[in-house]
Design a protein around this ligand. Structure first.
Ligand code: NAP
Length: 317
């Protein structure tokens, strides 16, 4: 990449699942990356060390609501990407001050904390997390800053059947709803290209390479591991409808993910009942397949053939 295309990009939440994949890829593409973390802790230490070894500058801001502190950190950045742990409360509490700091620091492009369901295309009321993200979108659109919304479909870990993040093979709602799912490395690679792409200014980007259904995935899993005695659990559409309204708003009972139960079932509702995890029918949405046709994605077949992905260990007993 020539210097002309090199941007100074702050990633707030760079030690996280999405932020980590994105930051490494931005650095590989030749951008100057500023990794913003709340502080060095036992859980993010090795990722911070790895980022520093790659030449990423790490900076620390313990209080992400401190607009003055954040403004100073973001000074000189072209782009600010938020990839923080998300639940409705954190989004509403942390993202407005981060946006205000970006505005004061005269950051050109703001990339809010999305990275999941296409919240711009769905209506209000689908889920509490989505409503919080939609409210932030309104603030971003009104801010005068350039924006990009990144919608990667489902991350493999949560959307392919596996026994690492689920007690048993768990399916939800309509087994025939199509949805896209991608590896975190592919998501990092496409998002890194999209955040610095002039074509994606004031656009949403939908990643849409591996489009599958739960039935297709379960059949594939059983075909690949014919001797393993999988047990199955199905969460019905009726139960999802009930839990998205009445599930515990605070308790996080799932093994993987950071959303409380009620929010999680909002996600299940959007994906496995409405079939709206991904949307290409929004007029502001570009498809990553058109933007980056050369990218070769890891397939669900490749992930499900890997015993470490399915069982968390090299060889199932
Ligand atoms: N498409 C999908 O399948 C999918 C799956 C999961 C998540 N998502 C979405 O992706 C986005 C990023 O999520 P993620 O899973 O990458 O996040 P994450 O890994 O849970 O957290 C990212 C970073 O946020 C910081 N953080 C953690 N707890 C925090 C807190 N209470 N307050 C403030 N900061 C905190 C941590 O950085 P420091 O400790 O270094 O500050 C952490 O490394 C979210 O919007 C989420 O909804 C999508």
């Amino acid at each position: 990449m020539g210097n002309r295309d090199c941007r100074r990009i702050a990633v707030i939440g760079a030690t996280g699942q999405v932020g980590w994949a994105l930051s490494r890829e931005l650095k590989r593409l030749g951008h100057e990356v500023l990794a913003v973390s709340r502080g060095r802790t036992a859980s993010n230490l090795s990722r911070l060390d790895d980022l520093e070894a790659l030449g990423v500058r790490t900076v620390f801001q313990a209080d992400l609501t401190d607009v003055n502190g954040l403004t100073a950190l973001l000074d000189g950045c072209d782009t600010a990407v938020v990839a923080l742990r998300a639940n409705a409360r954190l989004i509403r509490e942390l993202e407005p001050p981060i946006l205000e700091a970006a505005r004061r620091a005269q950051v050109r492009r703001f990339v809010p904390d999305e990275f999941g369901t296409h919240t711009k295309a769905i209506e209000y009321g689908v889920g509490t997390l989505f409503d919080a993200k939609k409210d932030i979108q309104e603030l971003v659109f009104a801010s005068g800053l350039e924006w990009t919304l990144l919608f990667p479909g489902g991350i493999f870990d949560y959307f392919l059947p596996n026994l690492r993040l689920f007690e048993r093979i768990t399916t939800f709602g309509n087994l025939q709803c199509p949805f896209p799912t991608h590896s975190i490395d592919d998501i990092g690679a496409i998002c890194a290209r999209a955040v610095a792409d002039p074509r994606t200014a004031n656009k949403a980007v939908q990643i849409y390479a591996n489009v599958v259904t739960q039935q297709y995935l379960v059949d594939m899993l059983v075909r690949m591991w014919p001797h393993y005695p999988f047990t199955f659990e199905h969460v019905s559409t009726e139960k999802i409808l009930y839990l998205k309204e009445h599930g515990d708003p605070e308790r996080i009972s799932a093994k993987g993910g950071a959303e409380p139960d009620r929010e999680r079932h909002g996600i299940n509702y959007a994906t496995y009942v409405l079939g709206r995890l991904a949307c290409l029918d929004d007029p502001d949405t570009l498809c990553a397949n058109d933007l980056y046709p050369d990218h070769v994605y890891t397939t669900p077949e490749e992930a499900l053939a890997d015993p470490k992905f399915v069982f968390g260990e090299p060889c199932p007993s």
